[in-house]
Design a protein around this ligand. Structure first.
Ligand SMILES: Nc1ncnc2c1ncn2[C@@H]1O[C@H](COP(=O)(O)OP(=O)(O)OP(=O)(O)O)[C@@H](O)[C@H]1O
Ligand SMILES: [Mg+2]
Length: 331
């Protein structure tokens, strides 16, 4: 698959996201410790005139893994190639990226936990010694040549660091976990992006939206876009607290920021599984959803906000979740 195809594939579902995505690490809000550590390794690499060490980002969707990966090469002024685990089905799919990589350029592999084993093993010597084996010819005539590639930096991103093998994980000198954002950080992102979207917003409205954005910049941006449409259609285009609330009520986003899917997940455990424990596969079956979607997109925030707990025997809702669902239904 060509690089363009992969790039388009990556960008099309989030075309909207692009206009709000920070273009440099200094434009990013929050993740202070991560940014500080990155600054250290970037400064050191520049001073020594060496390629940056490989970096792995992990954390739930929408917290900035791709944003970091795209800002680093921009800040360094180096070339950037992008691909993803599922797009690399065999070592031969990886070879063009490795041979095209300029010195100190960045190769970004998204969803790196989905690399097939053969590709992963092929990466080891490329990451460690910047060396790859290429097989020429076939059958008994086949011979292997050893090729040196330019020293490059691999940036990997994953929502499932637990699914990475230890040998791959250990080859990243810097591993950064991105965590959920505070309300204040999200409010800051909302204020900045309101300006980018050319809409005015009250401070109490940006705080209210941030409180209902599940600690996630992507969610905050989606909420903001919807509210902007709402106030443009129903009012004069200025976002007040009341209009923000009305707009979110229309999308059935509750006070904790949960949407229909989150509540359906909790009610399924409560109604069908007596509050749990229940396995994620069983819950997914009942909801007619994919277990991966639940594990990646729904559960992290519910766990974080103590609406859900994971036990050795499966997922269980907490009293807080039961109360929240009751008040929501009782409304
Ligand atoms: N620190 C930040 N400051 C400002 N905006 C941010 C920040 N992090 C993320 N965003 C915004 O959130 C959007 C989603 O972030 P991004 O695409 O980097 O998430 P991700 O971690 O790669 O998610 P996924 O796992 O789904 O690929 C970005 O387009 C950007 O607009
Ligand atoms: Mg991403």
């Amino acid at each position: 698959m060509g690089r363009e195809a992969i790039l388009q594939g990556e960008d099309s579902p989030n075309e909207e996201d692009k206009s709000l995505r920070p273009q440099s690490i200094s434009e990013m809000v929050g993740q202070l410790e991560v940014r500080e550590r990155l600054k250290v390794v970037v400064d050191a690499a520049v001073k020594r005139d060496e390629p940056l060490g490989h970096i792995l980002f992990d954390g739930p969707p929408g917290l900035g893994k791709t944003t970091f990966a795209t800002c680093i090469p921009k800040d360094l002024g180096v070339n950037f190639q992008l691909t993803s685990g599922p797009a690399l089905q065999a070592p031969k799919d990886l070879i063009p990226y490795l041979t095209n990589a300029d010195e100190k350029s960045i190769l970004f592999i998204d969803e790196i936990h989905r690399l097939p084993k053969s590709v992963e093993e092929y990466l080891y010597t490329a990451m460690e010694d910047f060396r790859i084996d290429i097989v020429l010819g076939e059958g008994t005539n086949a011979r292997t040549i050893n090729l040196q590639v330019k020293p490059f930096t691999l940036i990997g991103a994953t929502t499932r660091s637990g699914m990475l093998t230890a040998p791959l994980r250990d080859r990243f000198p810097l591993r950064e976990h991105l965590d959920f954002y505070t309300h204040e950080e999200l409010a800051e992102i909302i204020r900045r992006n309101s300006r980018k979207l050319d809409v005015t917003i009250e401070d109490d409205a940006s705080l209210e939206i941030s409180e209902r954005s599940r600690g996630t910049p992507r969610v905050a941006n989606n909420r903001l876009r919807w509210i902007r449409d709402y106030v443009t259609s129903k009012a004069d285009g200025h976002i007040s607290l009341q209009l923000a609330r009305d707009a979110m009520a229309m999308q059935e986003i509750d006070a904790l920021g949960l949407d229909n899917q989150d509540r359906k997940y909790l009610t399924t455990i409560i109604r069908v599984f007596g509050g749990g424990p229940a396995g994620v596969e069983a819950i997914a079956h009942t909801m007619n959803a994919a277990p991966e979607t639940l594990a990646d997109e729904v559960e992290p925030f519910l766990l974080r906000t103590e609406l859900l707990v994971r036990t050795p025997r499966g997922r269980m809702v907490t009293t807080k979740a039961v109360e929240h669902i009751q008040t929501h239904i009782g409304r």
